[in-house]
Design a protein around this ligand. Structure first.
Ligand code: BG6
Length: 508
């Protein structure tokens, strides 16, 4: 086997990876803590399979599953079943068998230092069997309270900062539950790993259409000159789900919509929309511009709601308080709406409205740029002038991925009559290629050593700085928790938050 990492498969396709040496996948051992959990079964193991199916894994590659709850042979069956159940593409047994040949399993308790000694030895032996060193990607699909202890235990056996071959720590939200706990967590993990070797996943950044926002803004000449307070009246971002909380009350009741979606996914969308153009598409410059945008944001008004019983997709659904394991009388928000000010030269005076909720009428994640009205209406007939509606640009993240520009057009006929029409671009129609799952993209970038689509410590902290005062005001009872019927767009206060400014939410 060749030692040269650039010989590995996985060509330079990532337009954001120009500054990554080689841009190709590098030999790696993917160590998955929490290998028997939900995230592993539903997302990570299927993503590894799909990368294998597309021949994107490096030749020198191994997976080591770590968990306390299974024996090796049961884990192998579990992994095969997980891939069969959750892979986005049909499973080819031969590809799966080849992947399974690269899988190893360590049973053990992460509180037991002996586990980490066994892991270290396993990595040394594994590299020897593979015929050369591999980068270590430690993915912590475990409870966040274990992030710090595992990072330190890895450091304790020389598998963290300064290790040779190099080690990378991969973690996912929740990154703390407020600014202070996020800072504590960042301190704990950076005690063992350098910031550049910590990849914090926000799976929204793995979505094609979220990445397309950067291409849309910075690879098209016509939008950027308009992308500011002079031409944009407001921005609105919606992350609506028709689903409820499923069986996740234990987690969700502590989080609510504000911590589950707004602090992370929605703030990333705000940052990508509001950021200045980076000089280059390098990880550091993009993340610096996002962090800078977040630093200039504060929330000036908020609303919160909790769903009651109603109808979704034609069927009855229970209210939040009747979902399994939700504590009686819970005050958790299942919908949050925020009005944000972006206090910088580009955006001063142009508000960003953001809302996220469960059990809304339909699933829809989108960013809408509402342009200012025309400065002068030359039509003599007041009915015509009165019917001119401002242009809207909607970037649809899911489920109908694409972009749509609403413009005014003259309806055919002898009279001048205006009609809003849309110029649409739909991913599904334009590109025939399958869209990869967000986790595939993020794992691939980790294998390439490209941190662009992972959030930096300061971005996470800035997002908490924005939402902390909102949560404090809610806890102080300053903003009432209002019920909304499942299958409706939310409570009156969420509506008032934008209507009081003479604007309205996009219809769901
Ligand atoms: C997760 C939240 O981060 O994102 C879930 O914890 C939510 O509550 C999910 O349902 C939404 O992700 P997507 O990709 O379906 O929009």
């Amino acid at each position: 086997m060749d030692d040269d990492p650039t010989d590995e498969p996985g060509e330079l396709e990532n337009p954001f990876a120009q500054d990554v040496p080689g841009g190709a996948v590098r030999p790696a051992t993917f160590v998955l803590f929490g290998a028997t959990g939900d995230l592993a079964a539903k997302k990570l193991l299927p993503a590894l399979y799909n990368l294998a199916a597309e021949d994107r894994l490096p030749d020198r590659f191994r997976v080591v599953g770590v968990a306390s709850s299974m024996q090796e042979h049961t884990f192998r069956e579990h992994m095969q079943a997980a891939v069969q159940a959750h892979s986005r593409s049909g499973v080819v047994q031969e590809v799966l068998d080849r992947l399974m040949d690269r899988v190893d399993f360590l049973q053990g308790d992460v509180n037991d230092p002996a586990l980490f000694e066994r892991l270290r030895q396993n990595l040394v032996d594994g590299d020897q069997a593979l015929g050369g060193p591999t980068r270590r990607l430690f993915y912590l699909a475990v409870a966040p309270r274990l992030f710090g202890p595992i990072a330190q235990a890895l450091d304790g056996v020389g598998l963290a900062r300064g290790s040779d071959p190099e080690s990378v720590l991969m973690i996912e939200k929740p990154f703390g539950h407020d600014l202070r706990s996020a800072e504590d967590l960042n301190r704990e993990v950076t005690a063992a790993f350098d910031e550049r070797d910590i990849l914090r996943l926000d799976h929204y950044l793995g979505k094609e259409t979220v990445q397309n926002l950067l291409v849309f803004r910075f690879a098209n000449g016509i939008f950027e000159p308009l992308w500011n307070r002079r031409y944009i009246d407001h921005v609105q971002i919606t992350a609506a789900e028709d689903l409820g909380i499923g069986g996740r009350a234990g987690y969700y009741d502590q989080a609510g919509a504000i911590r589950d979606i707004i602090q992370n996914h929605a703030m990333q969308l705000v940052a990508l929309t509001a950021m200045e153009p980076p000089a280059t598409f390098s990880a550091d410059e993009i993340r610096e511009e996002k962090a800078k945008a977040l630093r200039s944001i504060r929330c000036v008004r908020s609303a919160r709601g909790q769903y009651t019983a109603g109808h979704v997709d034609g069927g009855p659904v229970p209210g939040y308080l009747d979902e399994p394991d939700v504590p009686a009388g819970s005050q958790t928000d299942t919908l949050a709406a925020l009005k944000l000010e972006v206090n910088n030269w580009r955006w001063a005076g142009t508000p960003f409205y953001v809302r996220a909720g469960k059990r809304m009428p339909r699933r829809s994640t989108e960013i809408t740029i509402a342009f200012r009205p025309v400065p002068h209406k030359p039509f003599a007939d007041p009915r015509i002038s009165g019917s001119i509606r401002p242009n809207l640009l909607t970037l649809s993240i899911q489920p109908n991925e694409g972009a749509s520009l609403r413009i005014e057009a003259k309806a055919p006929g002898a009279e001048t009559e205006l009609r809003p029409v849309r110029m649409d671009f739909l991913y599904g129609e334009t590109f025939t290629r399958d869209t990869p799952e967000a986790y595939e993209r993020l794992l691939l970038d980790a294998l390439r050593g490209d941190a662009t689509l992972f959030t930096r410590a300061d971005e996470v902290e800035q997002a908490w700085r924005i939402v902390d005062p909102v949560i404090a005001a809610w806890e102080a009872g300053e903003v009432p928790l209002e019920p909304y019927e499942a299958g409706t767009p939310g409570p009156p206060s969420a509506d008032a938050l934008i209507r009081d400014d003479g604007r309205k939410w996009r219809r769901l």
